[in-house]
Write a protein of this length. Structure first.
Length: 505
């Protein structure tokens, strides 16, 4: 184990956080901002109904499939250089998407956005990991980052609604350019990556190929399941292929001298617990965004802008939970005592939404549910983001950060496909059971859709409870500064865990 260097804080670290957070917001909101604009873009570019899903899927496949590779590149090239490269590439890809004249140009731009996002996201998180080494400062920094990671998707709905309704769909792409430009300029002049943290080992090409193909197959399998069904031959084939490729990846990583993903990163029970619980929680969150958006627009008649504003309570809850609860308590209590109760509080908010009906009141039901959900997720996300990179050697910070993003991206793909499939099945079953006595076909359709949403939301509640159970069971590190020994990884004590990112080689 390398010896720990003295803690030397970068005087510009808080300014750097502004630009890192801006870049993270751009990547996260892009996952939802395009959803609002998709109907308009589809009409303008003549994209068929069968191919429109590829506007979302092309981004998800490139982003999810290349994240581990992006994290390893950050460790190899340096996080600052990878961060700036990712920003410039993302801006160029966004410009191509905004200027797209046909379906092929649009899908190519989305794939490029995913590729550069896979460089940018792990570089951003690993920069925080190596720049903020003091326990209290780290808690504040990751509180801000966690709030953005959790609430960025909802911000995308608001911004997407504004741009689509008052300008046009192309601005949902062009808006990324000023974000990226400001963040890149700030990175050049403000970010100062600590020396001695690069991993200059040769790139593990077999690992890159196996992990990329395995993750792409997994994400695409869930996408196919949503459109073709779970028993479809192509769906099953993709899942089997993903399993074979990922098992082969683990076998290769255990044997090669310089692995893409050192198994020590995921073998630690605390980090493993974070990856698992966070991935499951994102499954529940992505499904909820989908159902609430449809419910508010189709059932309640909200405009895109009004729908976006309807998500503000959830964003406020996430920011409050992350910065005022998670960040303040993280240096005082064990992370599992924030993550576990946070996921349970989110499950309670999600549980309220199982009571949705065609004429449910937004202030009486949806508003309090969103507040509870946001508070819970914000409280849980903040320590999760920090704990995922605590204790890793500096040379592994990029790939450890990539694992956080991978769990979220795969969780999002699973959530959209799994919960949407459950909702569709419940809707069909409701219509079949009630069509004989129905007097109003339009009312029956509305009731069936809401019944489908509530069925799927019950599953989301269960998934959040499982996330809480994993957090309580696997995560056993104590609060930083407590002076107690850590129960996993190196048993040097929690303070060592917070110092490890600054390494003397």
């Amino acid at each position: 184990m390398p010896k720990t260097a003295p803690l030397i804080s970068d005087p510009r670290r808080w300014k750097a956080l502004v630009f890192i957070a801006l870049a993270q917001l751009m990547v996260v909101l892009d996952a939802t901002i395009v959803n609002i604009a998709l109907p308009s873009a589809q009409t303008d570019l003549g994209i068929s109904d069968g191919n429109r899903q590829w506007v979302i899927t092309a981004y998800a496949l490139a982003f999810g499939g290349l994240l581990l590779f992006g994290g390893r590149i950050a460790d190899l090239w340096g996080r600052k250089q990878t961060f700036i490269t990712g920003l410039i590439g993302f801006a160029l890809a966004s410009a191509i998407g905004g200027a797209a004249q046909n379906e092929g140009m649009m899908l190519g731009a989305r794939a490029l956005q995913g590729l550069f996002g896979a460089l940018l996201a792990p570089a951003a998180l690993s920069l925080l990991a190596v720049m903020f080494t003091d326990a209290k400062e780290r808690a504040k920094a990751f509180g801000i980052y966690g709030a953005i990671a959790g609430g960025g998707g909802a911000v995308g709905l608001i911004l997407g609604g504004f741009l689509t309704e008052y300008l046009n769909w192309r601005w949902t792409f062009f808006v990324n350019i000023p974000f990226a430009a400001v963040a890149a300029l700030g990175a050049v002049f403000v970010i100062n990556e600590p020396a001695g943290g690069r991993n200059r080992s040769p790139l593990d090409i077999p690992g890159v190929l196996l992990s990329t193909l395995g993750l792409v197959s997994l994400v695409y399998g869930f996408t196919r399941a949503e459109s073709n069904g779970w028993s479809d031959a192509s769906t099953v084939g993709l899942f089997v292929g993903a399993a074979v490729l990922l098992v082969a990846f683990v076998a290769v990583e255990a044997r090669v001298k310089h692995p893409l993903l050192p198994l020590r990163v995921v073998a630690d029970r605390n980090r493993g617990g974070v990856y698992a619980s966070l991935g499951l929680a994102v499954i529940a969150m992505f499904g909820l965004f989908l159902f609430l958006t449809y419910y508010l627009q189709v059932q309640k008649g909200f405009s895109p802008v009004k729908t976006g504003f309807a998500f503000l309570p959830m964003i406020a809850g996430m920011i409050t939970g992350s910065t005022q609860i998670g960040a303040r308590l993280m240096t005082r209590v064990s992370p599992r005592l924030l993550m576990g109760p946070g996921f349970l509080l989110a499950a309670l908010g999600m549980g309220l939404l199982t009571q949705l009906s065609v004429d449910s009141s937004y202030p009486a039901l949806i508003l309090p549910a969103q507040l509870l959900l946001g508070l819970g997720m914000g409280t849980a996300f903040m320590p999760a983001m920090s704990l995922a990179t605590i204790g890793v050697e500096a040379r592994d910070a990029g790939v450890a950060s990539a694992m956080v993003n991978t769990s979220q991206q795969v969780g999002g793909a699973i959530g959209t496909a799994l919960l949407n499939t459950i909702a569709a099945s419940a809707t069909t079953a409701y219509i079949a059971d009630h069509v004989a006595g129905a007097r109003d076909a339009q009312l029956l359709q509305a009731q069936a859709m809401v019944n489908g949403y509530t069925h799927a939301i019950w599953w989301a509640v269960g998934i959040l409870v499982v996330s809480a159970a994993i957090a309580f069971t696997l995560i056993n590190t104590r609060a930083p500064g407590s002076g107690a020994a850590v129960a996993s990884g190196d048993a040097d004590g929690v303070e060592d865990e917070f110092r490890v990112p600054v390494v003397a080689h």
